[in-house]
Design a protein around this ligand. Structure first.
Ligand SMILES: Cc1ncc(COP(=O)(O)O)c(C=O)c1O
Length: 451
């Protein structure tokens, strides 16, 4: 298939046909997509627009990124200004003002003494950075034997070797060899039998945190560096932490000197009605990873927040020496910093985290209204997220979900995410009440069509 989108392009570019075959698309069924592409060419606020100009309601904030909506003018303007002011500024041994300004702004939003920020460019890099900081911290404090990392089943922590090692999605792991050694996993917090159709955090399941005690008993605390969890597992279909679960994990980590990492790549910046899920749950982890919503997806950026004591543990030895041998060429890129500062301003000016919090009950009721549709096995909601589990077709897991994704886009003008046969919706935080209704109606029709 050749795209007819070359009007106005320069001759040399136009000589290359825009065949859609060359792009090996990430996390995509390439063959199916290329038979029937789902293309977006433009976006504004709550909508994408196809190259033909058809509006598509953004039911998933792009990829859980565009929390304040698309192409918001203050963010666009900030990027434009940054691009003409400082195209690139190295942050190895040099710095630029916006990087420091942004670190302060992010730290001010974080709970407790999470007041230092390490920048990178994606959630995957943030996870690998956090894991490395945890290992290096123990090394710096005389506990070099603490090298074991604990993740959880059904966790998604990006695609770096660290992230897939602590992650718990079998398809992301099975073809990539042994990965990091010395990793163990908690069980998932999801138990449909006891939690089905819960709005928000399920009452059942705090005790799943006690499994960390079992893991400590097996390996000994002196070998364990850190536990990493998503406060709400997003990528495997919106699995909110059971009530009390995160508090219990914090207590056990404290008891054994294990660092607790919250992967807030999805839950950060308003998705759960607070700057971070840590705030919603009143639990202060030792490290928080973030990405996505920090720049509203407009420029890639990720980062890790660390507690004061962790940062200070590294600040020793001769002053001319590098304290942490880690970083990325594009750490705190000027365009990303500008986008992030403007995004944080917008969140504050429009009180978007508060908006998400206030909308949550209406949103949860709306999504839950789909529970009696034929085939629906479970619905989960928390913050402005929702997931509908549908049964797999015999011998074809994921086929129903994929059909739902296609039908939503082509027939209903709705962009959703799928995880296997689970349909997931996570709209921008600016969604209006009327648009919540529209989204749920469209989703309901998609469910009916694929069942
Ligand atoms: C919890 C979590 N961690 C890490 C990542 C990886 O982020 P990225 O795709 O920016 O590398 C994601 C992406 O969805 C995520 O949900």
């Amino acid at each position: 298939m050749v795209l007819d989108d070359r009007a106005g392009s320069t001759a040399s570019v136009a000589d290359v046909p825009n065949d859609i075959d060359a792009f090996w698309m990430p996390f995509t069924a390439n063959r199916a997509f290329k038979k029937r592409p789902r293309l977006v060419a433009r976006a504004k606020d709550m909508h994408y627009y196809t190259p033909e100009g058809r509006a598509v309601l953004d039911g998933c904030s792009g990829l859980w990124c565009t929390n304040p909506g698309h192409n918001r003018e203050p963010i666009v303007e900030a990027i434009r200004t940054a691009a003409t002011t400082l195209d690139f500024g190295p942050t190895f041994q040099f710095g630029h003002p916006d990087a420091f300004r942004l670190a302060n702004r992010i730290a001010a939003l974080a709970p407790g003494d999470l007041d230092h920020v390490f920048f990178c460019n994606s959630g995957s890099e943030a996870v690998d950075t956090a894991l490395k900081i945890a290992l290096a911290y123990h090394n710096a404090t005389g506990h070099a034997g603490r090298t074991r990392l604990i993740g959880r089943e059904r966790a998604y922590h990006g695609v770096g070797f660290g992230g897939i090692s602590v992650g718990g999605i079998v398809t992301n792991r099975r073809t990539f060899g042994t990965m990091l050694t010395g990793v163990d996993h908690l069980r998932t917090t999801y138990d449909r039998e006891h939690q089905a159709f819960t709005k928000g955090e399920p009452d059942y399941g705090a005790h799943f945190a006690d499994e960390l005690e079992r893991i400590v008993g097996l390996h000994d605390a002196s070998t364990i560096a850190a536990v990493i969890v998503e406060p709400m597992a997003g990528s495997t279909g919106v699995l909110p932490a059971p009530k009390g679960y995160l508090q219990r994990l914090r207590e056990i980590c404290d008891k054994y000197g294990i660092l607790l990492i919250f992967d807030e790549v999805i839950t950060g910046y308003g998705r759960l009605g607070a700057a971070f899920a840590a705030e919603r749950y009143g639990v202060v982890p030792d490290l928080i990873t973030f990405a996505k919503g920090i720049t509203a997806g407009a420029v890639p950026m990720g980062g890790v927040l660390v507690r004061k004591g962790i940062y200070e543990a590294f600040m020793k030895g001769p002053e001319h020496t590098i304290e942490l041998f880690h970083g990325y060429t594009y750490s705190a890129h000027p365009l990303a910093c500008a986008a992030a500062l403007a995004t944080l301003d917008l969140y504050a000016a429009e009180d978007l985290f508060g908006r998400a919090r206030r909308l949550e009950p209406l949103w949860a009721d709306a999504i839950m209204s789909l529970r009696d549709r034929a085939g629906v096995l479970d619905i989960r909601t928390v913050g402005l997220t929702g997931a509908v589990d549908l049964p797999a077709r015999e011998g074809a897991p994921g086929a129903r979900g994929y059909e739902g994704l296609e039908r939503a886009f082509h027939e209903e003008g709705l962009m959703i995410r799928t995880s296997g046969d689970t349909l997931v919706v996570t709209p921008p935080l600016i969604i209006s009440e009327a648009q919540v209704g529209e989204l749920v109606e469209k989703l309901g029709r998609v469910i009916d069509k694929v069942m």
